[in-house]
Design a protein around this ligand. Structure first.
Ligand SMILES: Nc1ncnc2c1ncn2[C@@H]1O[C@H](COP(=O)(O)OP(=O)(O)OP(=O)(O)O)[C@@H](O)[C@H]1O
Ligand SMILES: [Mg+2]
Length: 355
């Protein structure tokens, strides 16, 4: 469906041309998921911009091909040769190939409603009347998990949580039923629980529409859950490419090896942390003095821990962790905490200026 052959892209900076992509080649088959991984600045986004025909104005495609086999028309088109502003490229962009960006707040217009933004792609690329378009948009918003899609049509991005904004972006990308979806770090800006839901949604839509997915990510967990093929980029070049099992089983390139080791180390240190916590809990329990009559003993080390003023409460981006934390504090403890803070402010004030 998509074949990138020896693609080279330069950026013109004043008098020099700085190469961003050199000899990049890989392919994406229909319905397949290809993960593009690589360190920051390796050229992943520039590759996706070249495929979408949205390279910055100072970028030039020096050589190579981006062959797209359009299933709608049966034509094989070289996107690298197309004028980004041509009718054909506009039809492909958004109609046959769509993109989801990392940060929905910068990709969605703040002054247009979600309904207008999602339906715009439909009116541009598909033959639909206004009423029909609104109905399809509402159905798509429901499909991607908006609890009240009719209301969401009239809402603005700033009124939505990060997860719902990303769902709106997905709805916008999917409304035209593209044959290829490019997702450039689609969940990096979201917290972990929402990440998992968004990735599940992308997978479900992909299976339902038989769409190919070019997934750009740093997260090897995501790669191992989603990808059929992996392409590893480094300094604007493809270093390694192949089926997921092959690459993860026997990584050749140092960057991929380092990434895989980092994940293994993380898992090991998490296991070691758990074991250490269990050991110290056991020691604390053993060290607790025997209970005397009328004296309260520490029944468990966690009882001791809750007496420290610093406690952590985690929650989602739109969660209520802060207010819950305040409610949890009993008035006496709130007062003690206020006194502690006042004391800390006092020390901070005394130390100010001393470096
Ligand atoms: N508008 C631009 N002008 C000049 N150089 C650019 C421009 N956009 C990107 N580059 C350069 O192109 C190279 C590739 O950048 P790219 O954004 O594709 O990296 P990336 O792999 O997507 O990184 P990240 O993981 O941080 O998103 C980098 O060296 C970057 O500095
Ligand atoms: Mg990028």
């Amino acid at each position: 469906m998509l074949e990138v052959n020896q693609l080279a892209v330069d950026f013109r900076l004043q008098r020099h041309a700085v190469p961003a992509l050199m000899d990049v080649s890989f392919s994406v088959d229909p319905g397949e998921t290809v993960a593009l991984v690589g360190e920051s600045g390796s050229g992943k986004s520039v590759t996706s911009q070249a495929i979408m025909g949205i390279l910055p104005t100072n970028a030039v495609i020096r050589s190579g091909e981006i062959l797209f086999d359009n299933p709608e028309t049966g034509q094989l088109i070289d996107i690298a040769r197309l004028d980004p502003e041509s009718t054909q490229m506009r039809q492909i962009r958004g109609g046959n190939i769509s993109i989801i960006f990392q940060e929905p707040m910068t990709s969605l217009s703040p002054v247009h409603t979600i309904g207008d933004q999602v339906s715009e792609a439909l009116f541009l690329h598909r033959d639909a009347s206004y009423q029909e378009g609104l109905k399809l948009t509402e159905a798509m918003l429901k499909h991607v998990g908006f609890p009240d899609p009719a209301r969401a049509l009239r809402m603005y991005p700033f009124e939505l949580s990060g997860g719902l904004r990303q769902r709106a972006m997905i709805a916008m990308a999917m409304i035209t039923h593209p044959s290829l979806l490019i997702a450039d770090e689609p969940t990096t800006a979201l917290d972990v629980t929402i990440q998992a839901r968004i990735l599940k949604l992308i997978r479900e839509l992909q299976a339902e529409l038989g769409m190919a997915l070019l997934l750009i990510t740093h997260d090897l967990g995501v790669v191992s859950n989603m990808a059929d093929q992996v392409v590893v980029m480094y300094h604007g070049r493809v270093m390694e490419a192949g089926p997921l099992r092959q690459l993860f089983g026997d990584p050749q390139h140092d960057y991929l090896k380092a990434l895989i080791h980092a994940v293994r180390d993380q898992v090991r240190s998490r296991r070691a942390d758990k074991a250490a916590t269990a050991r110290s809990a056991c020691r604390l329990r053993q060290a607790a003095p025997a209970r005397k009559r009328g004296q309260q003993n520490l029944s468990s080390p966690s009882r001791r821990l809750v007496q420290y003023p610093v406690q952590g409460i985690a929650g989602g981006r739109s969660g209520v962790a802060g207010s819950r934390a305040r409610r949890m504090l009993r008035p006496g403890r709130r007062k003690r905490l206020r006194q502690n803070h006042a004391q800390q402010d006092h020390y901070a004030g005394n130390n100010a200026g001393s470096g």
